[in-house]
Design a protein. Sequence first.
Length: 311
Amino acid sequence: MTHSVSVSVPATTANLGPGFDCLGAALTLYNQFKFTHQEKVAIRVTGTESDRVRTDASNLVYRSFVKLYEHIGQTPPSVHIDIAMDVPLARGLGSSATAIVGGLVGANLLAGEPLDTNAVMELAISLEGHPDNVVPALLGGCRLAASVEGNQPQRHKGWEICDVPWHESIVPVVAIPDFELSTAEARRVLPNEVSRADAIFNTAHLGLLLRGLETGNEAWIQGALQDRLHQPYRQALIRGYEAVQQAAIAAGAYGLVISGAGPTLLALTNQRQAEAVIRAIAQAWQQAGVNPHVRSLEIDKSGARSTIEVA
């Protein structure tokens, strides 16, 4: 009998400019989850902002754990859940996606893996509401998700997931500020409709971004990071955004975008300029009255990892 399961889930950065709600990448920053059979449900949280995470039945990890058992028609077992956090909350780095993926993967393993990876992914997307964070958190790498309408013979409605090659020369730099921005607030400022010109603009720039990420072509990446669907509306919610963007580009970044719903900012650069970009972003944001944590990361290629302990 499986006694406990440990799951490590990477943080994610979503959208990458023009890839609104469909493009995301896993980063080398992790939340850890351990599920152990015991007589009563208990949740313990340690690490970054652990005092702000609920430890009752409303905990998102536990709700996701229960959701999988409900999905397979079984009663969830009583477990002790240990959560070790390194991904900050409400910062645009996919903390909720790590909780959803961690809860689902842990439950699936304890239940004897009744669901394959694709079924777990579909359940994660339904819980999160969109695929850009949960897909790379589960699968790793940079991923493009496209919904399938099922209007073709023998085609079921669902998702097609495309692995997006990430050139080894491209360095992601994340700047995590000392303030939060809820996804709900960031979505409230978005318009319900956009013009045909803006839709065409984003379609072209997403295509250019995919080729830029694959090839490392600096000019393509520089042009591709522009967006008209969400960033122009969200920038006003992030204090000092324009100053930080200008400083990052002046220091050698290809561009600077909002990570997910924000307020974390993501710069793409090369290894030569990475340290200069880090210093420039930190200095510019500090001058705007924000105390950020700025660091370079790598693309996590593995996604959710798990180990099983058998009693």
